[in-house]
Design a protein around this ligand. Structure first.
Ligand code: GLV
Ligand code: MG
Length: 356
């Protein structure tokens, strides 16, 4: 057993001090790009500032023959690009692959000072995070880094879901979790063939009308991911880290994509992956509180004074607990306004109207 005091000691001599809190940096969209794809890579510098996170993907969707080119491409892009307010993340290859060790040694040595977060796929349990934690500390010490690189795990195996709480608490580096619906579906032996989203076959049907037993009975499609996202959100909240939706593969279906993103936002997720520039616009909109929500939240905050007791607002009871919900929204709006001038203008206009 490790003493709790050891938890915040570096795991290698000369490695940076572990963080005691994960900063709440806006990350509405984590935009994936393949650094071995020259056309895609050429667009990266222009995307800085238009998306909260740019992620150089080295794992699935990069062909085996391109793994080294993707790693080298990411090093080159990271060195040549000033990322300004945009975070740079990478998704390394899986821990059971022949590429992951070279991914880690190359990336930390070459661009460790530029990488904010390393996303680790197919995490099964705390032991996977312990492996990454130690090796990162060794590599950070060797590279002379002064700030620890954070770690994000993808929840995409049945064992990972069963161990989700211990994964979140396995290292002070743990920044968050993403749902990996495609690998998770395969690992669970679900009978779907899609990347994220719902399925028309997963439904409930209304009872028959006894007066018209032959009448059509409406059906309601259910959300395949509700259970997993809820578990992920609880595990992340318990450990002070951040949950994210993952990939939505049907790029053309922007409506269903927006619905999945919004469900995840309402359940507590802070962001999602983007596989195409048009998903960035959806994520930026969905993962920011609406002007209506912030208008209401600020009214509740103002009406609640010292934050105790209860008040009636528009015929509805507000108390300490609804105030806390409103504060979650107001804090998120403040964080987003600090980096997004369009949102700032919208949220600032509310104050003018509220006090007019
Ligand atoms: C993402 O990696 C997924 O498997 O859905
Ligand atoms: Mg996957």
């Amino acid at each position: 057993m490790r003493s709790s005091k050891d938890f915040f000691r570096p795991l290698a001599v000369g490695a940076p001090q572990p963080v005691t809190e994960i900063p709440a940096r806006p990350s509405r969209a984590i935009h994936f790009f393949d650094p071995s794809n020259e056309k895609m890579a050429a667009k990266i510098p222009q995307m800085v500032g238009t998306v909260d996170v740019l992620l150089g993907n080295l794992e699935d969707a990069v062909k085996a023959d391109n793994k080294e080119a993707a790693r080298a491409g990411l090093v080159r892009i990271a060195k040549e690009t000033d990322f300004g307010p945009t975070q740079l993340w990478t998704r390394i290859n899986a821990l059971d692959s022949p590429w992951v060790l070279d991914d880690l040694t190359t990336l930390v040595a070459e661009i460790g000072d530029k990488l904010d977060v390393i996303m680790v796929p197919k995490v099964q349990g705390a032991e996977d995070i312990h492996y990454i934690d130690r090796i990162l500390a060794q590599l950070e010490a060797k590279a002379g880094l002064t700030r620890p690189i954070l770690v994000h795990a993808i929840l995409e195996t049945a064992r990972g879901v069963a161990n989700v709480e211990e994964i979140c608490g396995a290292s002070p580096r743990m920044q968050g979790l993403s749902l990996g619906p495609a690998d998770l579906a395969a690992d669970r032996r679900m009978k779907t063939t899609r990347v994220g989203g719902g399925h028309p076959g997963y439904l409930v049907r209304e009872d028959p009308n006894p007066d018209q037993p032959e009448a059509r009975r409406p059906t309601y499609q259910q959300d395949l991911w509700h259970y997993t996202i809820s578990r992920m959100v609880d595990a992340c909240a318990m450990h002070g880290i951040y949950p994210y939706y993952g990939p939505f593969g049907d790029i053309a279906d922007v409506t269903a994509c927006e619905d999945q993103f919004r469900n995840a936002f309402l359940l507590g997720c802070v962001g999602t992956w983007s596989l195409h520039p048009k998903q960035i616009e959806i994520a930026n909109r969905v993962f920011a509180p609406s002007v209506e929500d912030i208008t209401h939240a600020r009214r509740v905050v103002a009406a609640m004074g010292d934050g105790t007791g209860a008040v009636m607002l528009d015929g509805k009871m507000e108390d300490d607990a609804s105030l806390k919900q409103c504060l979650v929204m107001v804090e998120l709006a403040d964080q987003l306004a600090a980096i997004d001038p369009v949102l700032k203008a919208q949220y600032d206009a509310i104050q003018i109207e509220a006090h007019a």
